[in-house]
Design a protein around this ligand. Structure first.
Ligand SMILES: Nc1nc2c(c(=O)[nH]1)N[C@H]1C(S)=C(S)[C@@H](COP(=O)(O)O)O[C@H]1N2
Ligand SMILES: [Mo]
Length: 489
């Protein structure tokens, strides 16, 4: 009898699914990273306090730039590739993340139930010195013979990947959810209260997985080619090599073909891709994060010295005219499915109850900043306008219009308006809201990504459905760059 590690077919299948998932997660992760290709150790992100950056764009010092200008093209390695396909990259990332986590849990469950965890988890401290010995053998090309169990180096590496690297990826990934850290700001304590530390660790974990894959494949294929091919396709080394090799090549072809198809399909029909994948992952996201309310309480000393801009001020004559007169002629219209339509001047809005909050802003692209916002709680508007029974969503219409003539807008659930930290802000850091941050008023809904928080608001509309607005996906970003509507992760 030949001594070698036997793998049950379940493990073989999980290993294959894991490989597919990791490749898609890494590719889509690169896409997400390149929308804001800078990594920081601080949440007060500026255009030059990163510790690592990709791409070469330098932002001008003498004129207004926005975070959209900083995005880079990650090239074909990314899924789907191309500049600002962040939305699609995210859809792939989250749909795959769910499958990957389930795969991992099944694998760990299997290890526990069958007692095979002993394969992975070292039970004797001497494993470390033995691993160094094994490494020495590999480095001097005295390749150790295959045994009935993993060698100490394999055991340590695999245990590290399963029980350290994977959990770091998952926990640091969760910390990037604006909803989770709005509800539980304490979660970020794991990362020194810094979202950017979590983001950097998430990246480093990805680098760790990439390195592991590279070395793991080199060792398995380079040193024990025949046995490895037999084991990863049929679970043991007693099988016919020809059959194993055929299966092995088929799996590789499938992996490559799937990845090419995924990029091509996505780039050809982003709307369809979005609709398929969000239908799969949004229910999970909603169940886990949808109920969370923002309970952030930062203090004045946490306020960032620099707050990026995303979305240039409107350039229409109408807005210019309102701005020239300090928005004295501006009126906020509250309309749609309400019993009491409103038309409020900035003065009137400022005379109502004022709520202040110091919160951390998260842009979906990747940057962050803390600011204090002052304004009128949306709950008060709701009480004044009295939405009708069938009103389900609240749409915020803005003054800025893109090159294709599409006005900016965003929509949220009526429920979200009752959050204490959902306000119409007219103050930022104790001063009148600056033009580039959304004057005369902008929405703050602190448990969502920044793109939900419409700036330069013209009117607020209560609706039963948003299908008739824009391209029908509930927001300018959802319509044009295919972001998801939920915006909680
Ligand atoms: N009207 C309007 N609102 C907008 C945008 C925009 O382009 N137009 N950009 C959104 C995005 S993506 C973000 S991250 C925040 C940025 O707010 P800031 O410019 O004050 O930093 O505004 C959001 N609101
Ligand atoms: Mo954003």
């Amino acid at each position: 009898m030949e001594a070698s590690v036997h793998l049950p077919i379940l493990v073989v299948v999980l290993h294959l699914i894991n490989l597919f998932c990791l490749v898609v997660l890494i590719r889509s992760g690169i896409q997400i990273l390149y929308d804001h290709p800078k990594l920081y150790w601080t949440d007060h992100t500026t255009d030059d306090n990163h510790w690592l950056r990709f791409g070469k764009k330098i932002m001008p010092k003498d004129k207004l730039w926005t975070s959209l200008d900083e995005a880079e093209d990650p090239g074909k390695l990314a899924l789907p590739g191309g500049t600002h396909n962040l939305g699609a990259g995210r859809h792939w990332h989250f749909a795959t993340a769910i499958i990957w986590v389930i795969t991992g849990l099944l694998y760990i469950g299997y290890l526990l139930v069958t007692g095979q965890w002993q394969r992975l988890i070292p039970t004797d401290i001497s494993v470390f010195s033995q691993a160094i010995d094994t490494m020495y053998h590999y480095l001097t090309l005295n390749i150790p013979a295959e045994g009935a169990t993993y060698n100490p180096l394999q055991q340590l590496t695999y245990a590290g990947v399963v029980f350290i690297l994977a959990p770091i990826s998952i926990i640091s990934g969760l910390a990037l959810s604006p909803a989770l850290v709005a509800k539980y700001p304490g979660f970020l304590k794991l990362f020194g209260n810094r979202r950017q530390v979590a983001r950097s660790l998430h990246f480093l974990a990805m680098a760790g997985f990439s390195l592991f894959i590279l070395i793991h494949v080199t060792m398995a294929i380079g040193f024990h080619f025949y046995d490895s091919v037999k084991r990863i396709t049929l679970g043991n080394t007693g099988v016919d090599f020809g059959l194993a090799l055929t299966l092995f090549l088929m799996a590789i072809i499938l992996l490559v073909a799937f990845n090419i198809w995924a990029s091509v399909f996505t780039l050809n029909d982003q709307a369809k891709l979005r609709s398929i994948l969000t239908r799969f992952y949004t229910p999970v996201v909603r169940a886990l994060f949808g109920w969370m309310k923002s309970e952030q309480k930062y203090s004045k000393k946490d306020i960032s010295p620099f707050f990026r801009v995303n979305g240039y001020p409107p350039t229409t004559q109408e807005y210019e005219r309102l701005k020239a007169n300090d928005f004295k002629d501006w009126r906020l219209k509250v309309e749609g499915l309400v019993d009491n339509k409103l038309e409020l001047s900035l003065r009137q809005i400022k005379d109502f109850r004022k709520h202040n909050q110091i919160t951390k802003h998260h842009c979906i692209q990747g940057w962050s900043a803390v600011a204090e916002w002052g304004g009128l709680p949306m709950k008060d508007i709701v009480e004044m306008c009295r939405p009708q029974k069938n009103a389900k969503y609240v749409v915020f219409h803005s003054y800025d219009i893109d090159e294709e003539g599409q006005p900016y807008y965003s929509s949220l659930r009526l429920d979200d308006m009752y959050d204490a930290q959902t306000i119409l802000a007219y103050e930022m850091n104790g001063k009148k809201l600056p033009i580039e941050h959304g004057a005369p008023i902008r929405l703050r809904c602190e448990k969502k990504w920044g793109y939900k928080m419409a700036k330069y608001i013209r009117s607020i509309e209560f609706v039963e459905s948003f299908e008739h607005i824009g391209k029908g996906r509930g927001g300018h970003r959802e319509d044009n760059v295919f972001f998801d509507w939920e915006a909680s992760i």
